[in-house]
Each structure stands twice: as structure tokens, then as C-alpha cells.
Ligand binder design. Structure first.
Ligand code: HXC
Length: 515
């Protein structure tokens, strides 16, 4: 046997040992919990045979607590680069079978190494989280590791897309890396995210709560809004990630290639979706699907703040972001959560040069003490800020109601929409006809012999005068009143002519959005 052959066998042995992670028993326990081992996760997500692993032979630096000499294969995290549908990505996956995927100094150093690669190579970063958090035995070194990760998440923000996948526990301060990234994926019954766990809550507050109800996948998809995509299985989750990557670029400087021109095979007749009666609801996603190539639409944050819909589609081969009021939920009003959701999405699209289509049909902001006390002024302002700040091509279609502050917030001309088009049944006004008539004609209504008849008459008078698109059209606030059937044509043209849009902003270190 030559020296090289012997060395290669030694390498193979070392590799095989390290790739065993925490060993057969720990792997069996992982599988019994319905979870895949770290390397299998990577293999399912990446193109076959495309994964190159680094730092497999890293050794941990834990001292004390009997940790010296303990073999922690790869220190509990797998890092590398590969491709997804041919596009390069960088990835790390924590290995729960090794010391609970806990984060020690070398574990953190591996993660920060792959983050540095991703930022230097300008490719998306995917982090699979499955960890008991800071490795208790490594104390402050472990905390330092988290700090280094958070700093890099922040530096990479808006430069490369960052995707977090929660496939196990993600507890304590560890949750802040996902929270700093662009998209968080969770899987039912598997993902658990919380700052303080059930035991701490019990000892401090005396309340009993299980992990699932505290920070399970549904909680973060429906209530907290921390998660953007919910899946029923790990495999479904990986498919969602692959689809998302088709809509977003590798970095903030690459121009989107137009995908092959798809002739739409749309199942939706756009002029039949919005009901005649302005108080009747409809699903705005049908309007989106009536506009996109092959009626495809990838919804983001589907289960949270459903009164606004955001997500990605393609128009004539061009990737675009949609922001649309959803009349099916709370009549599509704006409130704290929907403003946060839309503002964040608008900023993502703007950072990564994705044009935005805004579909508007909403009666304004949700009134009430709860909303005022929850800070609807502060949250609502985020949406105004995000649209005003965005320099990507921005087109608004007013489908029906555009009332009050909501009219301004939903990418109005005044916040620098490039094009604003209205459908013929649009109503652009300070408020709805009933409310408006009651205020401005209060005296006439009160003094009338038949106040109800007078109210009806005045509501009708107001509708005739103001509840239409022509008052705004007469001032040039909208560019055209269009037949709904022509909407896609107008969008295609708008994006064609704004391909090389240039906007200069005043120099500043950074703005101060109402965080
Ligand atoms: C060291 C850890 C660990 C940790 C788990 N392990 N978490 N080792 N540090 N943080 C080890 C366990 O000792 C065990 O080792 C193995 O991983 C598997 O853990 P189990 O408890 O057997 O698994 P399970 O029953 O599935 O429970 C998983 C768990 C639990 C819920 C995550 O392990 C747990 O509560 N861990 C502590 C979570 C936590 O409080 N972390 C600190 C958060 S604070 P053996 O050798 O027995 O197999 C934090 C601060 C970050 O992270 C701050 C950043 C700014």
C-alpha cells in the first residue's frame, strides 16, 4: 500500500467518524422526534452531489465540566457551500445529536466563517437552527459567539438574502439571529422558539405552559409574526425554500434575469372578482393570480396579519413583489401588524431591486382603543416610511376603496409611486360616504322632517360627487382610469419603461424609520 493510499484510508476513517455526529443512539432519538439528521437536511435541500463541507475536523475548546478530551464531532454544526436549482448558496446546519447542537466557541466560529464566505461571495445564506442554545460549559465564549453572529447578520442585511430555518429548539438569545434575517421557516410540531422557556416562566411567573403553546410553529406563524413560512414537514419546508429562491436574487447588486416569457394560463377572469357592492368581500389573491404568469403566487407571512397580503409573483417573466389589502379579512383595514408586515416586505423588495405592485382596496385604519394603545401611529408610520424610501419601480392599482390615511399609505402618488391606475369603480375620498355624509351634512339631516331619508339623499349626493376615481384623476393624482381587463397590460408596460429608473436621495448616514 502506497503512502498516499494509507493517508487516504486514514482520511476516510476520520471523515466517516466525524460524519457520525453524536452517534447512532442520538441519531435514532433525533429521527424518533420526527427530525432529520443535519447532513440529510442539507442533502434534501441542495442539488444532488453539490454540497462541499468545510471544517469537518474542527475541535471544540470547552474546558472544565469534564469536557476536555470529549469528542464533539465537528463541534455540532455542519457548514459548507452548494447549489439549489443551480444557484450557489452558503449553508450551516446545527447538529442536535452533538451536545444538543449547543453553541460553543468553535461552533460559532464555523458559523461565522460561512457567513463571511456568503457575504464575500455575495450569495444567499441559509441557517438551519436545531440547538439547545449557548453551550453552558463554555460560558461567556458562547455568548461572544452569538454576538459575532448577530453582528454579521446585521452587516449582511440588505446585501445578501438571509434565510433561517427552525428545525428544533431555538431558545434564549439564539432567537435573535433568525429575527435579524429576512425569512424564517418553521415546521409544525418541530420548531420551538422562545426567549424564556417554560421552566423560567414557571419559576418567575408561576404559570404552566408547554413549549408548543409558548413558541411552536403555529404560534410564530399566526400570532407573533416571527415566522414567514409554515410547513407540515421538513421536506415541504425545503420545497418552500427552493421556491422562494426562484423569486429573489443572489445579492443586492445583481439585476434580475427575466425568466422565459410565460404566456399566462390564468384561471381567473379579473373583471368578475370584485363584487359590485362595495361592502362585499372577495379574495384579493384571486386578483393577484389573474395578473401573474401562470397564476403563480408565493405568499409570504400567509398566516399572520391576513388583512394584508404580501408575496412574490412574475409578470411577463419579471419577478415582482405584491402588497395587497385583503377585503376578506377585517375588510382589508390597515392596523399595527399589517403595517409592520407590509413595511418589512416593501423594504426587502427595495433592498433587492424587486419592483412592487400595490393593490388597494381598504377603508382606512382600524379604529379603536386597542389599536391606539398598541401604537398604530408608530406602526402605521413604518409603511409610509417604507414606501417613501423605496426607489424600485412602484405601481399602484386602486381596485375599489381608497380612503383617508390608507389612500396615502398604500403607495400613493404623493409617496412617489411611479404609476397609479384606478379601476372605474374606485372610490378615492377622505372617508366612506356614510361617515362623510353624517359629518358634513349633520345639520341638514338633524333638521329634516325625515332624517333617514335626508341621510340617504346626502350619502347619495356625496357618492356622486366624491366616491369615484375622477376627482383624483382631474388633479393628476392617478395617471389613468383603466378597464380591469387591461391591468396586466398596464403593469407590463409600466415595468418596461421603468427598467432603468434612477432616483437620487439626499446624502445621510441612515434614516430613522419609526422602529
Ligand atoms: C450544553 C446542552 C445544552 C446547552 C442541551 N444540551 N442544551 N449542553 N449546553 N445549552 C445537551 C444535553 O445536556 C444533552 O446532553 C443533549 O444536549 C440533548 O439534550 P436533552 O436535554 O437530552 O434533549 P431534549 O430532551 O430534547 O431537550 C432539548 C432542550 C433541553 C429543550 C433544548 O436540552 C434544554 O432545555 N436545554 C437548555 C436550553 C437553554 O436553556 N439553553 C440556554 C439558553 S440561553 P447528553 O450528553 O445528555 O446527550 C442562550 C443565551 C444565548 O442560549 C444568548 C445570546 C445573546
Amino acid at each position: 500500500m502506497s503512502l498516499l493510499s494509507r493517508k487516504i484510508s486514514e482520511l476516510q476513517e476520520r471523515k466517516a467518524k466525524a460524519e457520525q455526529g453524536g452517534g447512532a443512539t442520538a441519531i435514532a432519538k433525533q429521527i424518533a422526534m420526527g427530525k432529520l439528521p443535519a447532513r440529510e437536511r442539507i442533502n434534501h435541500l441542495l442539488d444532488e452531489g453539490s454540497f462541499y463541507e468545510y471544517d469537518l475536523f474542527i475541535e471544540h475548546e470547552a474546558r472544565g465540566f469534564g469536557m476536555e478530551g470529549k469528542d464533539l464531532a465537528g463541534d455540532g454544526v455542519v457548514i459548507g457551500t452548494g447549489t439549489i436549482k443551480g444557484k450557489p448558496i452558503a449553508i450551516y446546519a446545527q447538529d442536535f445529536t452533538v451536545a444538543g447542537g449547543s453553541l460553543g466557541m468553535m461552533h460559532a466560529r464555523k458559523i461565522t466563517k460561512i457567513m463571511d464566505y456568503a457575504l464575500r461571495m455575495r450569495i444567499p445564506l441559509i441557517g438551519i437552527n436545531d440547538s439547545g442554545g449557548a453551550r453552558i460549559q463554555e460560558g461567556v465564549n458562547s455568548l461572544a459567539g452569538y454576538g459575532e453572529i448577530f453582528f454579521r447578520n446585521t452587516m449582511a442585511s440588505g446585501v445578501i438574502p438571509q434565510i433561517s430555518v427552525i428545525l428544533g429548539p431555538c431558545a434564549g438569545g439564539a432567537v435573535y439571529s433568525p429575527a435579524l434575517t429576512d425569512f424564517v421557516f418553521v415546521v409544525d410540531k418541530i420548531s420551538k422558539m422562545f426567549i424564556t422557556g417554560p421552566e423560567v416562566i414557571k419559576s418567575v411567573l408561576g404559570e404552566e405552559i408547554d413549549m408548543e403553546s409558548l413558541g411552536g410553529a403555529r404560534v410564530h406563524s399566526e400570532i407573533s409574526g416571527n415566522a414567514h413560512f409554515f410547513a407540515n414537514s421538513e421536506i415541504e419546508c425545503f420545497e418552500q425554500i427552493k421556491t422562494l429562491l426562484e423569486y429573489i436574487p443572489a445579492n443586492n447588486e445583481c439585476k434580475h434575469p427575466k425568466t422565459k416569457k410565460n404566456e399566462p394560463e390564468r384561471k381567473y377572469a379579473i373583471d368578475k372578482i370584485v363584487p359590485d357592492d362595495p361592502t362585499n368581500p372577495y379574495d384579493v389573491r384571486d386578483v393577484i393570480r389573474a395578473l401573474t404568469d401562470n397564476s403563480e403566487f408565493l405568499e409570504v407571512h400567509e398566516l399572520w396579519a391576513a388583512n394584508i397580503v404580501v408575496g412574490f409573483g412574475r409578470i411577463d417573466g419579471r419577478n415582482v413583489g405584491f402588497v395587497a389589502n385583503q377585503p376578506l379579512v377585517l375588510a382589508g383595514v390597515l392596523d399595527c401588524d399589517s403595517s409592520d408586515k407590509a413595511a418589512r416586505f416593501v423594504r426587502f423588495c427595495d433592498a433587492f431591486n424587486i419592483p412592487i405592485v400595490t393593490l388597494e382596496d381598504m377603508p382606512g385604519y382600524l379604529p379603536g382603543v386597542d389599536q391606539e394603545h398598541a401604537g398604530v401611529i408608530r406602526h402605521g408610520a413604518k409603511l409610509l416610511y417604507a414606501y417613501s424610501e423605496a426607489t424600485v419601480p412602484k405601481v399602484t392599482i386602486i381596485l375599489r376603496k381608497a380612503y383617508g390615511g390608507g389612500y396615502i399609505a398604500m403607495n400613493s402618488r404623493h409617496l412617489r409611486a411611479d404609476f397609479v391606475f384606478a379601476w372605474p369603480m374606485a372610490e378615492i375620498a377622505v372617508m366612506g360616504p356614510e361617515g362623510a355624509a353624517n359629518i358634513i351634512f349633520r345639520k341638514e339631516i338633524m333638521e329634516a322632517a325625515d332624517p333617514d331619508a335626508m341621510r340617504r339623499e346626502k350619502v347619495e349626493e356625496y357618492k356622486q360627487k366624491f366616491a369615484n376615481p375622477y376627482v383624483a384623476a382631474a388633479k393628476g393624482y392617478i395617471d389613468s382610469v383603466i378597464d380591469p381587463k387591461d391591468t396586466r397590460k398596464y403593469l407590463i408596460h409600466s415595468f418596461e419603461v421603468s427598467e432603468d429608473k434612477i432616483v437620487k436621495r439626499p446624502n445621510k448616514k441612515h434614516g430613522l424609520p419609526p422602529f
